[in-house]
Write a new protein. Structure first.
Length: 364
């Protein structure tokens, strides 16, 4: 067995190639949480037709792109702001709000804590309990929202637990936060994968609450992380105005802006993606339910969190076995409150999922 201290992420294919001698092109990446269908066929067919667009600056306001996004999410164009990935928008938001004390619902993505820290604030975590299948308990959350907290951060559906908060429960949370003067940042990176998006997305709530901003991007559902296109939906006009004033101009290049418009219009691709993920989420879940040495937590997104019950097997051992056969899955021991008994993997095509499940069931 090759010993190493590196915990691999979905973007670490070059490192794996160096350590294991497996060409990155031959690694099936179950750790990246991307769309198994790849990028939009309509985008592949038509983007080259727009190559001349790089000969001029993009529209400073990105009006056409924002209009297309607004149609896609059912919001007002004026409530949309675009950025160089959702990371830029998170950073902008933190710079403006300057939260002194953020409460982050976790275990979750580490970038939230990092950005709060860079902004001079501190972060605490509200712990999602395994006994509750990592679902939020609003009553206990309310107790943690003391007067010093000025920002609540929620990933919905959450990474890596794949649990989700319904829109009705999010409304309850927003009401609580409104009374306490707390702003809520909601990351909806994975919401397009859920069974019924209308039950989960909080976009419609931005019409009624001025203490919420919703972040999304194209890296996962549209499998296009290299384009670096993110967007936010917010009904707080003053906040959006300040974000636009502080944002560097033209952070999205001309091709990425055009690509966004094309992807958001590819209805066949969107429908096919949701159909595939829905089918595989149910099928893989039924297989995992019959595995005696693992516990899986019912997923709502396009990935699943799994706990290894075998005392003699760790996440490192399981991941090592998978890598040697050309599969990369996520070690979750770097997430708050999780240890070396947890892994996460996304749903790919049926034959790929079956091959990975064979490794997991035989190793664990």
């Amino acid at each position: 067995m090759i010993r190493h201290s590196k915990l691999f992420h979905g973007s670490d294919l070059e490192t794996i190639e160096e350590i294991y001698g497996i060409k990155k092109e031959n690694i099936i990446n179950f750790a990246a949480n991307g769309n198994p269908l790849g990028i939009s066929p309509r985008l592949k067919e038509s983007l080259c037709e727009h190559i001349d667009s790089i000969g001029s600056y993009p529209d400073r306001e990105y009006t056409s792109l924002r209009k297309k996004i607004a149609e896609y999410v059912n919001a007002q164009t004026d409530d949309i702001i675009v950025g160089n990935g959702s990371t830029e928008l998170i950073s902008l938001f933190i710079q403006i709000k300057h939260p002194k004390k953020a409460l982050i619902v976790g275990p979750t993505y580490s970038e939230y804590e990092r950005e709060v820290s860079l902004g001079g604030g501190c972060s605490l975590y509200y712990r999602l309990e395994e006994e509750n299948n990592f679902n939020i308990d609003i009553e206990s959350l309310e107790k943690e929202l003391d007067k010093d907290v000025d920002l609540l951060v929620i990933c919905n559906p959450n990474n890596p637990t794949s649990s989700a908060i319904t829109r009705s429960d999010m409304r309850r949370i927003l009401d609580i936060c409104k009374k306490k003067g707390i702003f809520v940042m909601v990351d909806e990176t994975y919401v397009e994968f859920v069974e019924d998006i209308n039950q989960i997305t909080s976009v419609s709530l931005t019409k009624y609450y001025n203490n919420i901003i919703i972040l999304r991007g194209i890296s996962k559902f549209f499998a296009a992380p290299g384009l670096r296109l993110g967007y936010a939906i917010c009904g707080n006009k003053d906040l959006l105005k300040e974000m636009n004033q502080r944002k560097n101009p033209w952070t999205i290049n001309s091709l990425a802006a055009i690509a966004g418009e094309i992807m958001f219009s590819d209805e066949d691709y969107i429908i096919e993606t949701r159909k595939l993920i829905s089918s595989e989420r149910k099928r893989v879940g039924s297989i995992l339910a019959d595995c005696p040495n693992i516990k899986y937590f019912t997923p709502t997104a396009n990935f699943v969190l799994v706990k290894i019950l075998n005392e003699n097997v760790t996440s490192t051992q399981l991941i090592e076995s998978a890598i040697k056969k050309g599969f990369l899955i996520r070690d979750c021991s770097t997430f708050p409150f999780l240890d070396n008994k947890y892994i996460r993997f996304c749903f790919m095509k049926p034959e790929q999922n079956d091959a990975l499940l064979d490794i997991i069931t035989s190793t664990s």
